[in-house]
Design a protein around this ligand. Sequence first.
Ligand code: PLP
Length: 428
Amino acid sequence: MKKTQVSKRLFKEARRLLPGGVDSPVRAFKAVGGTPRFIVRGRGSKLYDADGNRYIDYVGSWGPLILGHADPRVTAAVKRVIGNGTSFGAATEVEIRLAEMICRAMPSIEMLRFVNSGTEATMSAIRLARAFTGRERIIKFEGCYHGHSDSLLVSGGSGMATLSIPDSPGVLRQAARYTLVAAYNDIQSVQRLFDKYPGEIAAVIVEPVAANMGVVQPARGFLGGLRRLTKKYGALLIFDEVITGFRIAYGGAQGLFGIKPDITCLGKIIGGGLPVGAYGGRRDIMKMMAPEGQVYQAGTLSGNPLAMTAGIETLRILNDARVYRQLEERTAALQEGIAAAACQACIPLSIARAGSLLTVFFSGGEVSDYSSARSCDTGLFARFFNSLLNDGIYWPPSQFEAAFVSLAHSPQDIETTIRAAGKAFKQL
Ligand SMILES: *Cc1c(COP(=O)(O)O)cnc(C)c1O
């Protein structure tokens, strides 16, 4: 067993001062049991905890660290600018440069606004869509997570799936009432809502590849169907690419599937590991944002020069087809290796993958939506997780999350992980 005395002591101390000892729920290991590790350092594909243990990391700060931890090029870029000041509350050129790179990668984005988190991006995109259409209702999908703003905290995935909180206390019933919920990969469920509320729906917001109920690929025709329906009924289509943007392809899911949303939400990778978010899209829509238009949204640290610099450096490195080929190959090898090991141990699994996103579902059948995701054996997952952790593999501590492979993961990391998974399966 790995030593955990220091993490145990820190966790005890943390719980006195921070609810649950953490600043974001899924970090607390509640779904898998055991002591959450207190991390002191990351380098490449490895994490180091306060007890001196080393892990191969598949969380990658939940998505941003596609280059791995402390990439020397990103670190050097941030070091170069940090001495000039960390925030000005005034316009800077780096905002233009990162905006340029994003617009070039995703041509549906003609203009954008930087914010500080994915939550801010989706919350603001919803406000903008309501203002633009003069309508109040929105449609989201069961199991999709779009951050923790009131109107989007309904039937969410991620930490809410883990903790089984369907809606959070404290969310206004009125706020949630205007959020209609459809089933992922079920275009008929969306059609029914448009039939019921024609002329009332401002926007459909979707993760074009779902990654917060575990990885679920869009069924053939699903995203195209959403594009057709939103156009027909005068609603906006919002792609939440906070995870998928620059992850499953440089141009995001919209590039990969050839669907042009009206508004796109971004975060995670575009900040290179620093806090960031962005939303952008059609120029006629974005021009409604203050100060050009009347829709208000602001941010003391928005467009932060350190985050912009880390983002620019990260995208510069990612803008190379070989990068995505390597991610694809490494993650496919991991998928195949785990599948073979499970087969040998007679553990029924369904492994979903989208580029470098991967979920090992403890389910015999294919997972295509939230209800099939929920049918997984979370008890088996918890044992799998703890076995991996004890063997130095830091897997996401929930059945309903994606594992993130980075460019820093070596073929040897993948081999080591497959061996550890094989050992875990034999003990289940
Ligand atoms: C992480 C995430 C968010 C929220 O971003 P934060 O920066 O955590 O607020 C929104 N949407 C999706 C799809 C996400 O994965």
